[in-house]
Design a protein around this ligand. Structure first.
Ligand code: HEC
Ligand code: HEC
Ligand code: HEC
Ligand code: HEC
Length: 124
């Protein structure tokens, strides 16, 4: 009887510990890409200007990215010699596609074009 009670207590303690671990994991700050490691201020991308109801932690607008990366035309120039179509001056969307359709920050990036095509871009 006593043994079982202890076993049950042990299980409760374990569950509590696990709960605490997953809580602290979800509360930790999201990581940025290696190439952005110098950007230690979340507000570099999560600007007040882009905030929704006072919350800046929404998907950033292109304006936030372009503040550092020049214009879409500058970017198109950098990628004009790829063996694949220029992702920054595309057939369908031109400049009308959000950076974040392809470049993710806290999760792996993905080339939106490949929802339909099979281009071999090396996106980071
Ligand atoms: C505060 C300035 C700043 C902001 C804001 C910023 N970046 Fe950057 N980004 C940099 C710097 C600095 C580098 C590293 C140097 C470089 O490669 O230009 C970089 C690198 C990159 C690279 C890799 C470039 C390479 O050479 O492969 C990509 C892709 C990129 N940024 C996309 C974005 C996107 C998308 C956003 C918006 C969500 C964004 N950046 C916002 C400064 C910024
Ligand atoms: C349709 C997908 C797509 C969109 C939208 C997009 N990019 Fe890119 N971007 C790419 C791909 C793919 C590469 C890398 C190509 C390669 O090297 O294979 C790239 C490369 C880059 C680079 C590195 C350029 C270099 O020096 O070689 C930067 C910086 C960048 N993107 C920023 C941006 C920003 C800022 C926006 C929004 C204004 C944006 N991109 C929109 C797909 C996209
Ligand atoms: C270089 C730009 C950049 C920096 C710096 C950055 N983020 Fe983000 N953040 C993004 C992008 C882009 C997204 C959209 C989802 C994704 O790409 O992962 C995002 C999404 C988010 C989201 C989810 C918003 C939603 O509605 O889905 C949260 C929360 C967040 N970021 C928190 C932070 C915190 C906290 C920091 C600072 C430790 C930070 N971010 C730094 C670019 C950035
Ligand atoms: C929703 C599906 C879809 C997405 C996403 C998509 N495409 Fe396409 N794409 C098509 C279809 C269908 C065609 C053929 C009809 C046409 O020309 O519009 C095509 C044609 C093209 C062509 C003309 C040459 C050819 O191969 O026929 C290019 C270049 C192209 N796409 C590039 C891109 C790029 C770059 C992106 C990402 C920025 C992209 N596409 C995203 C469906 C898509």
């Amino acid at each position: 009887m006593i043994r079982n009670a202890f076993a049950a207590l042990g299980a409760t303690a374990l569950a509590l510990t696990l709960g605490a671990v997953s809580l602290s994991a979800s509360a930790s700050a999201p990581t940025v890409k290696p190439y952005h490691k110098a950007l230690t201020d979340c507000a570099a991308c999560h600007t007040q200007e882009n905030a929704v109801a006072g919350n800046p932690f929404v998907v950033p607008s292109d304006k936030a990215c372009l503040a550092c990366h020049g214009s879409y035309k500058d970017l198109a120039k950098k990628t004009e010699n790829l063996p694949e179509p220029n992702p920054h001056a595309s057939h369908h969307y031109g400049e009308g596609i959000a950076c974040t359709a392809c470049h993710k920050e806290h999760e792996p990036s993905k080339v939106y074009c490949n929802e339909c095509h099979e281009f071999s871009y090396k996106i980071k």
